[in-house]
Design a protein around this ligand. Structure first.
Ligand code: SF4
Ligand code: SF4
Length: 309
């Protein structure tokens, strides 16, 4: 049970924030429009999902920047900065339903691909380009002849929106189907590619495309919640690096922009050298349940074992 606590939190949060059951009744009210919809959730969650109780920060940011009379997105940007400064990409690891979906797809037992570093590292920058161009640049600068902007990321790319919004609406509302055109087919293609890639690569959307992950990544080095390495305890075994699906080496770079703070490395560490900290104070680390190395003495002990093995 405890082993699956993160999955339970991810799923529970996804259900809680998409709990407008009436939205899923064919022919019923299509979207929740109550007061909660004025607030952003911290992770990616499509506003147009029939069950969505809150708004997606990425969609909301584009919606404000899109407006005919440009306004500064005080609330949305302030919220995103607050979340990023508090927990960084912890949201990606613990409170993102689309992240959970990718993780479950990755459990399908087929041969996995560990992306070569020389491909992985440059591709990581793609999500910052998506954020700068499709979420901020085009919605802010481009105007159609009617004077409004284009929510470019939501409209042309977002597989979260296609899965949580587009597909359920098409399934629940038969009158929409004849009107589907190239844009829906394009977005379905992107969604299928994303799902297929997730079966062999760990969370490819989060690693290379997600603009919200890119935004929160900017705060990883400064956020309140971070990962700390006890360098006295660490025996440089590399287990944390091997287990990390995001291909981070936390004992070298605990503040990596790629770390989603899932805590899997902490479970793998044989000497309990990794822990979460808030404001510099440790608040969560894996308990080894044995006497094996959580201090310098044990580190020496393990090294001795290593020498004699
Ligand atoms: S470094 Fe650890 S916490 Fe960060 S993504 Fe990798 S396994 Fe998860
Ligand atoms: S798993 Fe623990 S002991 Fe091994 S390298 Fe990582 S932090 Fe150090």
């Amino acid at each position: 049970m405890v082993k699956h606590v993160r999955k339970i939190i991810q799923a529970g949060w996804g259900i809680l924030t998409n709990a407008y059951v009436r939205g899923f009744i064919p022919g019923g009210p299509m979207l929740y429009q109550g007061p909660l919809k004025h607030f952003c959730v911290p992770g990616m969650n499509c506003y147009s999902c029939p069950g969505a109780l809150g708004a997606c920060p990425v969609g909301s940011l584009q919606a404000v920047l899109n407006e005919r009379h440009r306004r500064f997105p005080f609330y949305v940007l302030g919220w995103m900065i607050f979340v990023g400064a508090a927990v960084g990409r912890f949201i990606c690891g613990w409170l993102c339903l689309f992240g959970l979906l990718q993780e479950l797809l990755y459990k399908i037992p087929v041969r996995k691909v560990r992306v070569a570093d020389k491909v992985d590292r440059p591709l990581r920058y793609l999500k910052y380009i998506v954020l700068a161009v499709l979420v901020v640049g085009l919605p802010l600068l481009y105007r159609t002849r009617y004077g409004a902007g284009d929510p470019s990321f939501c409209k042309y790319v977002c597989p979260v929106g296609t899965l949580e919004g587009g597909v359920p609406h098409v399934l629940l509302n038969g009158t929409l189907r004849p009107a589907l055109g190239w844009l829906f087919r394009w977005k379905m293609l992107l969604l299928v590619l994303c799902i297929a890639a997730s079966v062999v690569i760990y969370r490819p959307f989060c690693r290379y495309i997600c603009p919200l992950g890119a935004f929160y990544a900017l705060f990883q080095r400064f956020s309140l919640v971070r990962i700390r390495v006890d360098s006295d305890a660490c025996i440089n075994c590399g287990a944390c690096h091997r287990v990390c699906g995001m291909q981070v080496d936390p004992h070298v770079m605990p503040d990596s922009a790629e770390c989603i703070r899932c805590g899997e490395c902490m479970k793998a560490c044989p000497v309990n050298a990794l822990s979460f900290t808030a404001g510099g104070k440790g608040f969560c680390s894996r308990s080894t349940g044995s006497n094996i190395g959580s201090n310098t003495g044990n580190k020496k002990h393990l090294r001795r074992l290593d020498v004699f093995s």
